[in-house]
Design a protein around this ligand. Structure first.
Ligand code: ADP
Ligand code: MG
Length: 252
């Protein structure tokens, strides 16, 4: 019998920062093409969990697997560097603050990683940039600098940049939290489009309506544990845990 290992498989994740235990035995499995939302109060460990997936915040104990490969395996330094670069190329990450390089144009922001990390030619990298900018509706901004874009446009460029690496998995950490309210929708629309294209995504968000409309599953975290998880209809409208109910009372 072959054992099925989920596409993303986080097993008994524990993370301590010194004395502080920020993730307490968290397990999370995500299948290919699934979209999982992570919600919960500030400080509950959402970002730490997301960053553990590509080993930016290495776990204290527990395992992270992506597509059959253990991400956080112990390797001699040189081997680890090679391994983790390979893993990170498969994972697109979009943060609250766009992290675009301000001195580079939109085109250069997008072509940089494919050229540097994958050895893609200039022509190919340009084609990728154009394709991804078409995708997010910003082809006319290709030669602009980030400072010439709105927050929503910057975030769409950040998404295009991640997509240019052809990731298998996209991680979003409060991608719309820093945006003016009127700019949130254009970024949500891009994420919805990715959902329709069957991208596998893990989305940390404060937007319950958005989470409910695009996600297959919702995890509610508090104090470093998963308090409750399930289908959006259930977690949002029929939660069983008092902590979930209290949180949603403030955020729905
Ligand atoms: P969330 O994203 O849910 O707001 P985080 O994962 O950012 O929560 O943080 C969880 C807890 O871990 C918080 O108490 C935070 O202060 C702490 N923390 C996060 N990163 C570090 C770090 N690098 N060093 C020490 N403590 C940290
Ligand atoms: Mg966070």
């Amino acid at each position: 019998m072959t054992h099925h290992r989920p596409f993303v498989d986080i097993r008994h994740a524990q993370k301590c920062f010194g004395e502080l235990e920020v993730l307490k035995d968290i397990s999370l499995q995500v299948e290919q093409q699934q979209i999982v939302a992570i919600i919960g109060p500030s400080g509950s460990g959402k970002s730490t969990l997301l960053r553990a997936i590509n080993d930016l915040d290495p776990l204290t104990s527990g395992e992270v697997w992506l597509d059959g490969v253990q991400v956080n395996k112990l390797l001699p330094h040189a081997q680890y560097e090679k391994h983790i670069n390979q893993v990170r190329q498969q994972i697109g990450m979009v943060f609250q603050h766009f992290n675009l390089f301000p001195h580079l144009t939109v085109r250069e922001n997008i072509t940089l990683a494919p050229k540097l990390l994958k050895g893609v030619s200039d022509d190919e990298a340009n084609a990728l940039a154009e394709q991804q900018l078409e995708h997010v509706g910003l082809i006319d901004r290709i030669d602009y600098h980030p400072s010439q874009l709105s927050g929503g446009q910057k975030q769409r460029v950040a998404i295009a940049r991640a997509l240019a690496m052809k990731p298998k998995l996209m991680l979003f950490d409060e991608a719309t939290s820093a945006l003016d309210p009127e700019l949130v929708e254009e970024v949500n629309q891009v994420m919805k489009m990715l959902a329709e294209e069957a991208m596998t995504m893990i989305i940390v968000t404060h937007e319950m309506g958005f989470a409910e409309s695009v996600c297959d599953r919702v995890l509610f975290m508090d104090g470093g544990v998963v308090v409750e998880e399930g289908a959006p209809e259930v977690v949002f409208h029929n939660p069983t845990q008092d902590r979930t109910k209290n949180f949603l009372r403030k955020h729905l």
